[in-house]
Design a protein around this ligand. Structure first.
Ligand SMILES: CC(C)(COP(=O)(O)OP(=O)(O)OC[C@H]1O[C@@H](n2cnc3c(N)ncnc32)[C@H](O)[C@@H]1OP(=O)(O)O)[C@@H](O)C(=O)NCCC(=O)NCCS
Length: 214
């Protein structure tokens, strides 16, 4: 039977690198830990972050906002995030069965991350907002695909979440291709939904995927 794990047990699960899925029902903690190999032979572990991963997560988040304009945060905004806030951010997931945060761990480096946030109001408890990012040097190695697969598996196991949704910049061809590969549907776009720091305006494409019947 699934049970709530304490932090020590979570560490043991990660050390053992065993695939483990626990149902995110009330009072139970969902843990996902999956082991893969990158095309270069390096091991990739998809796992929930520990609070001790906060600095590595923060570094990766800030680096991705520096490397690309595809996230909704500017690099300057990402620099306002500090270690204490990142630790609180990770803690906010660890005891919450309705939100999910996973990192892609390559030899101790956080190469990428994915999150799902359940809609806050009762009318949107069947919706989960997706966020995903991978460090540039790890692009095109299948990390995005593995992170997205884990997020979809989590949503499939969740008792209420039935739809994953998000908005993606219309010029983010790589991300849109990734989402199309998983049969996400494009529902239209918000013209000029993003204004980049240099003043460039970019449309936002609304996308979603039905995970299971509502
Ligand atoms: C989008 C992102 C998560 C993809 O991560 P990734 O690890 O490179 O993804 P994968 O390697 O698993 O797959 C990338 C897919 O894009 C495709 N792709 C690669 N280059 C491409 C290009 N120039 N144009 C279109 N598609 C491209 C690949 O073919 C691959 O699909 P495939 O599996 O059919 O071959 C990553 O590029 C990223 O973090 N970007 C910056 C942050 C971001 O955009 N986040 C999403 C916000 S909505």
């Amino acid at each position: 039977m699934p049970k709530r794990l304490n932090n020590k047990e979570v560490c043991n699960v990660q050390a053992a690198e065993r695939p483990l899925f626990l149902c995110p029902e009330a009072g139970r903690l969902y843990i996902c830990c999956m082991r893969h190999f990158l095309p270069n032979g390096k091991p990739l572990v998809i796992r929930p972050p520990l609070v001790t991963d906060a600095q590595a997560c923060l570094n990766t988040f800030q680096e991705v906002t520096r490397e690309t304009d595809f996230l909704l945060y500017t690099h300057e905004e990402s620099l306002q995030m500090d270690l204490a806030k990142e630790e609180a951010f990770i803690r906010s997931y660890s005891g919450n069965p309705n939100n999910m945060f996973l990192v892609a761990d390559v030899e101790g480096e956080v190469a990428g991350m994915v999150s799902l946030h359940q809609g806050r109001t009762r009318k949107q408890h069947h919706m989960a907002l997706l966020g995903i990012a991978v460090l540039h040097k790890y692009w095109n190695m299948g990390i995005g695909r593995r992170l997205l697969t884990s997020a979809i598996r989590w949503a499939e196991a969740h008792p209420r979440i039935a739809i994953i949704h998000f908005e993606v910049l219309a010029n983010n061809e790589r991300a849109i291709q990734l989402y199309r590969n998983f049969n996400f549907t494009e529902h239209g776009r918000i013209p000029n939904g993003v204004i980049q720091p240099d003043g460039t305006m970019v449309d936002l494409v609304v996308m979603s995927k039905r995970i299971k019947p509502i």
